[in-house]
Design a protein. Structure first.
Length: 67
């Protein structure tokens, strides 16, 4: 994989990690304030989608070598 492509993936991964962390903070705040349960569930689902995207990007960076 070319260096530029790998750098782009790492940048995208960093952005997703930040977004994932932001959702985590928001969910914790919503839970603490007693926000609507359905709204919290939706936020958790979005957070899970971001985590899946992060996993796919990490798989592109780190080769899956079977030893």
């Amino acid at each position: 994989m070319p260096d530029q492509e790998q750098a782009d993936i790492r940048l995208q991964l960093a952005r997703l990690r930040q977004e994932h962390e932001d959702y985590d903070v928001a969910i914790n705040a919503m839970t603490a304030t007693g926000c609507d349960v359905l709204r919290i569930q939706r936020m958790k689902k979005k957070k899970l989608v971001i985590k899946d995207r992060m996993s796919k990007l990490e798989d592109q960076i780190i080769p899956n070598i079977i030893a």
